[in-house]
Design a binder for this molecule. Structure first.
Ligand code: TYD
Ligand code: MG
Length: 455
């Protein structure tokens, strides 16, 4: 018999080498290489297009049919998935422990099962009795929902063959193992082998599989980054443990747009959708105070209104501080420099703190104008009108640049009762402003400040 081949795999990044090394040359971590037996993968199992013809086809003659997506009873979830769950897809849900991943997936399983879709919920972390306790709390009563407490992938696969469910949940990938792989569950090798096996099951049986992945301290899905490359879609479930709001964010989706965001609230009896996020984000706003502005930002395909707050105060000693929460911290000194040079607001000896209220993260240039005006407002100690919404990117010469999807943004502002929208003048043409909101175009930061402060 031939000697079993081994290799050394970095447990941090998945780097492979035939020889042991103290330090991983790829991620520079020490002592992360672990010896593993090479598993000869069955060549039959590697392809996705099994059973299809092996010869090349003309793209025009490839048969497609409109994928009918599975819909849950939660439109927020469907939207994050790109309009429903695609059969045969492998989806990863990552998030901190205790954030509500199991709760979300059990609720979704129940909703699908109520539509007569047979669901198999496999938990490697909880016994079926524990899952049942959670289910009772959530009011899960479906006859079509099967639960299984198992961690051996071979046995799981057998059960899937027998039951032939139409929707599968694996909670979590870090607890599942394959016999042939010698390393411990949760190691890079186990996670990789188990995921590719699950991928094969999803594609050949044409069932969607959701896998839960825990998140490490650094914020990446535990184990390897490569897990994200292997699956069809990656969702992150985030939120502050002390707040009840949870955000489901799509970071990768082979079957829909990314950057979609769904907002939920953790209640006594499970997760509930928040259908009007703008109202929630603006709920605690004090109107008419200096340093506060409102921006209409796009989160994926949906506009949300968010409050931006700034506090500018004299530096007591040493270097001035620049702090930002919820926006790129480099934008703050940049916008302050523009305000100094183009408008003449001297803020060198001022500390600046900028914050997006409500714990959301915004990363698009269209929020520049609202941030700049909020900084100016706090510096001048002069409040802006609480009925204004500001949209626009600020260039280095102080010009206000065009942004995308202006119509949707202004519509959302009008819906929530805002009276004026201050937008880039290049965005004025080609659309109709909704009733009840005055739209004002500005081309430079100076003009924007004049209008907001009525000068
Ligand atoms: P859980 O789904 O177990 O988190 P994860 O699978 O991501 O580790 O969520 C557990 C938390 O949610 C726990 O702190 C209790 C809370 N919770 C509620 O507030 N309401 C509920 O109805 C349920 C089921 C859980
Ligand atoms: Mg869990």
């Amino acid at each position: 018999m031939a000697k079993a081949k081994t290799r050394f795999v970095c447990q941090e990044c998945g780097y492979e080498t035939p020889k042991w090394m103290g330090k991983c040359p790829s991620c520079n971590q020490w002592n992360t290489l672990v010896e593993e037996v090479v598993v000869k993968s069955n060549p039959k199992h590697t392809g996705i297009g099994q059973g299809s013809s092996q010869s090349p086809e003309k793209i025009t003659s490839v048969q497609t049919k409109e994928e009918s997506r599975m819909l849950t009873a939660m439109p927020e979830f469907n939207r994050v998935m790109g309009g429903g769950i695609v059969p045969g897809s492998l989806v990863l849900i990552g998030g901190d422990p205790g954030i509500g991943k199991s709760t979300l997936l059990l609720q979704i399983s129940n909703q699908l099962a109520q539509k007569d879709i047979s669901v198999l919920y496999i938990s490697g972390e909880e016994s079926t009795r524990q899952t049942k306790l959670r289910a009772d709390r959530l009011g899960v009563t479906s006859e079509q929902l099967y639960v299984l407490s198992e961690t051996n992938l071979q046995l799981i696969s057998n059960q899937i063959d027998q039951l032939a469910p139409a929707f599968i949940v694996i909670d979590s990938i870090q607890t599942i193992f394959k016999d042939e792989v010698t390393s411990a569950p949760g190691s890079v090798a186990q996670v990789r082998e188990c995921t590719s096996e699950l991928m094969r099951i999803a594609k050949t049986k044409h069932v969607p599989i959701f896998i839960v992945g825990h998140v490490t301290k650094e914020g990446a899905i535990a184990g390897p980054r490569m897990l994200e490359h292997m699956v069809d879609a990656v969702l992150y479930f985030e939120g502050e443990r002390h707040h009840t709001f949870r955000i489901l964010r799509g970071v990768k989706n082979r079957f829909g747009s990314t950057n979609e965001m769904g907002i939920f609230e953790m209640k006594e009896r499970g997760l509930q959708e928040v259908l009007n996020p703008s109202e929630i984000f603006l709920e605690e706003r004090t109107q008419g105070v200096a340093g506060s502005t409102v921006v209409a930002s796009m989160e994926g395909t949906r506009p949300v209104l968010v409050e931006i707050q700034s506090l500018i105060s004299p530096t007591s000693f040493g270097q001035a501080r620049r702090m930002a929460t919820g926006i790129d911290h480099n934008r703050v000194p940049l916008l302050m420099a523009v305000l100094e040079k183009r408008v003449g607001l001297l803020m060198q000896n001022q500390d600046a703190y900028v914050k997006v209220a409500g714990g959301v993260k915004l990363d698009e240039p269209a929020i520049d104008l609202a941030v700049a005006v909020s900084i100016a407002s706090s510096f001048k100690d002069q409040a802006c009108s609480p009925h204004d919404v500001l949209i626009g990117e600020v260039g280095l010469t102080g010009e206000i640049r065009r942004v995308s999807r202006i119509e949707q943004r202004v519509q959302e502002a009008a819906k929530l009762g805002f009276k004026r929208a201050i937008i880039p003048s290049r965005n004025l043409d080609g659309w109709q402003a909704p009733k009840g909101i005055e739209v004002i175009g500005v081309d430079a930061i100076q003009n924007a400040l004049k209008i907001t402060f009525n000068q």
